[in-house]
Design a binder for this molecule. Structure first.
Ligand code: NAD
Ligand code: UDP
Length: 312
């Protein structure tokens, strides 16, 4: 099996490369290193089944592969808002380029979509048949609407050209190999706690998220790629929901930190609640997340302790 992972040097993509190599696939990792890094895949450089290509998916590329895991796109609000036009281009032109490749070589393609397609949801928990509540002109829309168009493109290549597609909607996922400057909440709080700096809660901290550990996500992703007669979209996330204040308190406890909590303004369009309904994933994939928040946080904290003590 020759497999392409776009965004393969990023947080999720690099773990996916590891899993696929372990399974015996030949893996091509494609990345422009905007938020990913060679460091994340350095341990694979000498593996005969691994190949790394520096490439920007907004430009076309000719490769021959059997499967495409399409993960290239900045995912942290800080990074996707840095150059929002580029974020939309990555989702739209990048997905067209990958779908064009899938069509040409008859590859199966899986899109890493997001819970952000539900926006600030009026339906709770979110089921896949909910169409969402997204501001099309706000500061998050380059990412949210970009992914919504990416889903549209997947469905239209499927209906129009019978491309073999899969769509997953990933809910907040965390774990080792997130960048110290990632900017998402789990990394910010862990790094702040380990440095005994103020923990920055945006707003009053009553907004909720449901956090999934990387290993649970990966097993869902790989099951979805290999399932028959089911294209999705399917939610892949951990339904255990926490307020951001609870997350901060848990991280302070687990790190025995001296940090204090401070409150900063809530960014525009920040969703107030988010929790996946995973009935469909259970039914179609036999998938269920198993890693509790504290367990996953402990592993992630250990990773950042090492990274910070090595001067990151
Ligand atoms: P990440 O920022 O660590 O990884 C994204 C990777 O894509 C990076 O390696 C980056 O360099 C690469 N990339 C960005 N633009 C590119 C381009 N134009 N051409 C080539 N490579 C490009 O983020 P992540 O958390 O690993 O997210 C990976 C994917 O999963 C993204 O598509 C994201 O939308 C999706 N996702 C992640 C989460 C999460 O909680 N982590 C939730 C929902 C969806
Ligand atoms: N958040 C926070 N402090 C931070 C970073 C994020 O309070 O330092 C909040 C943010 O406002 C949001 C939640 O944590 O309500 C999750 O933010 P993240 O950027 O991780 O992901 P997303 O909003 O895309 O789910």
């Amino acid at each position: 099996m020759r497999t392409l992972v776009t965004g393969g040097a990023g947080f999720i993509g690099s773990h996916l490369c590891d899993r696929l190599i372990e399974r015996g696939d030949d893996v091509i990792c494609l990345d422009n290193f905007f938020t990913g890094s060679k460091q994340n895949v350095k341990h694979l450089f000498n593996h005969p089944a691994f190949e790394l290509i520096r490439h920007d998916i907004t430009e076309s590329i000719l490769l021959e592969v059997d499967q495409i895991y399409h993960f290239a796109c900045p995912a942290s609000p800080v990074h996707y808002q840095y150059n929002p036009v580029k974020t939309t281009k990555t989702s739209v032109m990048g997905t067209i380029n990958m779908l064009g490749m899938a069509k040409r070589v008859h590859a199966r393609m899986l899109l890493a979509s997001t819970s952000e397609v539900y926006g600030d949801p009026n339906v709770h928990p979110q089921t896949e048949d909910y169409w969402g509540h997204v501001n099309p002109i706000g500061i998050r829309s380059c990412y949210d609407e970009g992914k919504r168009v990416a889903e549209t493109l997947m469905m239209d290549y499927y209906r129009q050209s019978q491309v073999d597609i899969k769509i997953i909607r990933i809910f907040n996922t965390y774990g080792p190999r997130m960048a110290v400057n990632d900017g998402r909440v789990v990394t910010n709080f862990i790094v702040q706690a380990l440095r005994n700096e103020d923990i920055t809660i945006f707003g009053d901290g009553s907004q909720t998220r449901s956090f999934q550990y990387i290993d649970d996500l990966l097993s869902g992703v790989i099951k979805m790629m290999h399932t028959k007669n089911f294209i999705g979209p399917v939610n892949i996330g951990n339904p255990n929901e926490f307020t951001i204040l609870e997350l901060a308190e848990t991280i302070i406890k687990l790190t025995a930190s001296k940090s204090r909590i401070i409150h900063l303004p809530l960014p525009q369009d920040d969703p107030t609640q988010r929790q996946p309904d995973i009935s469909l994933a259970k039914e179609k994939l036999g998938w269920n997340p198993t890693i509790l928040l504290e367990e996953g946080l402990k592993k992630t904290i250990r990773y950042f302790e090492d990274k910070l003590s090595n001067g990151a």
